[in-house]
Design a protein around this ligand. Structure first.
Ligand code: PLP
Length: 401
């Protein structure tokens, strides 16, 4: 069996950083993953909110072919038309004035933290550097971003951690207010905590955080790495709350599977990043930028943000109905658009295994939360099949399993 063979080869050569799924994907098309035995799976994870257009979308395959023959990489020492065109297309969707392109989510958040600190210290002349984040947040795996992350398991064994980070409880405005000091540079939040179990911040809380940041004269950084790019039925999740961040970050779905990150900011904050202040060899190169531009075009043509909103609202309703039917198995259903978490009353590994065997690929986070992040091109029929599959698995399970 190819899978067994691959599993053994992997164990001999790779750092064992991942608890991998018992599945090796040979190829993928649309919303279908195909393993080495030819088994097909419905992809409800999209490579962790990355492949919004599904796999091997013809327009993306086409731009990759064309761009590969035209220009792939020259570095940021040069003007690149593809990069500028992408920024021109993206910025009007963000309400921001400037963008810095990089290669991953962690790198985008690292850039946002550097930007906030440098803005305070160089532009405002204030010795402010502290970043306040929320418990159970996830902001990345670099030293600064894992320190910003509000989960101890991510930090263990990596000390000493860089100073200047504080974590406060989720949706507790008084605690946040108390944590702000004259050294505070910014508050950083995910609009909907992803890795933390699909936990949306309420519109009221986000608006109050915005007001608090204004009154304390500090910056608001929003991490849209998982929640952005139409995932929640808005282009950016924070837009649903009617707030404007000073800095926000994106990554996962930007280039539908190619590594890319972005830091967006206001004109005011962009003063922090003058020549030589920050940089990256690969970020926003011609190849990935051309692909990301095509992603935006396809999203527009196929109306994927609206699709995410409508299909997501329907799906949330279906999941809530399932919770009503199985109240002792499902304790909560949360989310917006096609970013949905189904919290089980018990650790979900057995349920997850059965769903995989039934042909459904999704993620289990925080032990109990089934996390759905399907490609935005997923069909209602496919989602219905999953709801029926989950009902069958949960109906037959004895809880606590
Ligand atoms: C995935 C993720 C990150 C980290 O992105 P990487 O590309 O894995 O470095 C940061 N923040 C959030 C909210 C994420 O979902």
């Amino acid at each position: 069996m190819e899978y067994e063979e691959l599993r053994k080869r992997e164990a001999r050569v790779m750092c064992q950083t991942y608890g991998r799924y018992p599945l090796a994907v040979k190829s993928a098309k649309g919303t279908t993953l195909i393993d080495f035995d030819g088994n097909k799976y419905l992809d409800l994870l999209a490579g962790i909110a990355v492949c919004n257009l599904g796999h091997s979308h013809p327009a993306i395959v086409d731009v990759m072919r064309t761009q590969a023959e035209k220009l792939v990489h020259v570095s940021n020492l040069f003007y690149q038309e593809e990069q500028i065109a992408l920024a021109e297309k993206l910025l009007p969707l963000t309400g921001m004035d400037r963008v810095f392109f990089c290669n991953s989510g962690a790198e985008a958040n690292e850039g946002a933290i550097k930007m906030a600190r440098r803005y305070m210290q160089e532009v405002r002349g204030r010795e402010a550097y502290e970043i306040i984040t929320l418990e159970r947040s996830f902001h990345g795996r670099t030293l600064a971003t894992l320190t910003a992350t509000g989960q101890d398991k991510i930090k263990r064994g990596f000390g000493p951690l860089p100073p200047g980070f504080t974590t406060v409880p989720f949706e507790d405005l008084a605690a946040l207010n108390k944590a702000i000091t004259p050294r505070t540079a910014a508050v950083m939040v995910e609009v909907i905590q992803g890795e933390g179990g699909i936990r949306p911040l309420s519109h009221a809380y986000l608006q109050q955080v915005r007001e608090l940041c204004d009154s304390k004269d500090i910056l608001l950084i929003v991490d849209e790495i998982q929640s952005g790019m139409g995932r929640t039925g808005h282009f950016w999740a924070h837009q649903a709350s009617g707030i404007t961040p000073d800095i926000f970050t994106a990554a996962k779905a930007l280039a539908n599977g190619l590594p890319m990150g972005a830091v967006f900011c206001s004109q005011e904050v962009a003063q922090a990043f003058g020549p030589g202040s920050h940089g990256t060899t690969f970020g926003g190169g011609a190849f990935v930028s051309a692909v990301a531009t095509r992603v935006l075009e396809v999203m527009e043509q196929e109306g994927l943000v609206e699709r995410s909103r409508e299909l997501g609202a329907w799906m949330l309703g279906e999941c809530l109905a399932l919770k009503e039917a199985l109240p002792h198995k499902i304790v909560d259903v949360r989310g917006r658009g096609l970013m949905i978490g189904i919290e089980l009353a018990f650790p979900g590994q057995a349920v997850w295994n059965q769903l995989l065997q039934a042909g459904f690929v999704l993620n289990l986070t925080q032990e109990r939360v089934l996390r759905l992040l399907p490609p935005l091109v997923v069909t209602r029929e496919a989602l219905q099949r999953f709801v029926d599959g989950l009902q069958a698995v949960l109906g037959a399970s004895h809880g606590g399993a």
